[in-house]
Design a protein around this ligand. Structure first.
Ligand code: PBG
Length: 327
């Protein structure tokens, strides 16, 4: 003990580099891309400064820029031209994501892993993540599974490298696994939004993806923010159903869950640094209250330190540029 042990001895100069426990690299990052069929030039979201929706005509260019920054993967979200109660424009061969995947793959090939988000909320006019019984105002789990399978197969046919179901339907991973396997896509991995909480931090995303809902909320299928053991049960089920990568979402207010999931399962673990987490730092930085680069870096580092192997973040491009220019 003191004075023999002084931890500050290792906190100077390059010694610090030698003993550093966690390193954030560009290989940890996934950049989300919003593709919107209803626009013809990029539109910046007012609640997410620096994040844009892209028309199909610009999506390949954006993907190329991301690949050139060394970011290994993107995750795609689509805004369709047509929405209806069944989300029928989510699985057609020529629908927005299928088209976007083909264009991106034609441009970047294997330089970028193209992950597609699998959910119905951007495609339904009521904005819920599945088929709805309007009388009961209830999202119907099992009828939704079949559609999720169809969406996943259509994305894989278009060339997606990985699919990421985000709707928190029970049984969604196994439904998608079976559908993919039946169509010869047994080598397409599933990154499951395994522990997805009913969070107010998704607010800005709903502007970006035009996926606000017409009644109720998502608390009947997304998790209660108060629960941690339940998150492990959710994850256990997804592991049993064949998930390849487990995701926790949101990230920063749920680092305890990231830590538990990584520690208990020892599986590839992703954390989604969601829209609200991005916007709050942006807003504080815009006011001059925080140093944007430093806080974003520190936030992402904390997600990695908690156990995430993969960080999905709207700041991926910014951080990739920063890591490139660092001495
Ligand atoms: C769709 C989906 C959502 C997000 C990712 N996929 C929204 C939601 O569940 O309401 C949120 C992402 C973010 O806030 O950045 N189910």
């Amino acid at each position: 003990m003191f004075p023999d042990i002084r931890l500050r001895r290792l906190r100077k100069g390059k010694i610090k580099n030698l003993v550093r426990e966690t390193v954030l690299t560009v290989d940890d990052l996934v950049q989300p891309i919003f593709v919107n069929e209803t626009i013809d030039s990029p539109v910046e979201f007012s609640s997410m400064p620096g994040v844009f929706g892209f028309p199909l005509s610009e999506v390949a260019k954006e993907a190329k820029e991301i690949a050139e920054l060394g970011i290994p993967a993107v995750i795609l979200f689509g805004v369709p031209g047509h929405k209806d109660a069944e989300g029928s424009s989510s699985y057609g061969e020529r629908d927005v994501i299928q088209e976007a995947v083909r264009r991106i793959k034609a441009e970047v090939g294997d330089d970028l892993v193209v992950i597609t988000d699998i959910c119905m909320c951007e495609y339904t006019d009521h904005g819920h993540c599945g088929i709805v019984d309007f009388k009961k105002e209830e999202v119907l789990n099992d009828p939704t599974l079949e559609i999720l399978g169809k969406i996943a197969v259509s994305h894989a046919k278009a060339g997606a490298d990985m699919v990421a179901p985000s709707g928190m339907m029970d049984g969604m991973v196994v439904a998608i696994r079976r559908a993919l396997d039946e169509h010869g896509f047994e080598n397409i991995p599933i990154m499951s939004y395994a522990a997805k909480f009913h969070s107010a931090f998704y607010g800005p995303f709903r502007e970006a993806a035009e996926s606000g809902y017409s009644f109720g909320d998502r608390s009947s299928y997304q998790m209660d923010p108060a629960n941690s053991d339940e998150a492990l049960r959710e994850v256990t089920l997804d592991v049993a159903e064949g998930a390849d990568i487990l995701m926790v979402k949101p990230a920063l207010p749920y680092l305890d869950i990231v830590y538990r999931v990584k520690t208990e399962f020892g599986m590839p673990t992703a954390a989604y640094n969601v829209s609200g987490e991005y916007s709050m730092l942006k807003a504080a930085a815009a006011n001059g209250w925080l140093d944007e680069k430093k806080v974003v870096y520190e936030a992402l580092l904390s997600i990695k330190r908690a156990g995430a192997d993969i960080i999905i973040t709207y700041s991926a491009k910014d951080i990739a540029r920063m890591l490139k220019s660092a001495p």
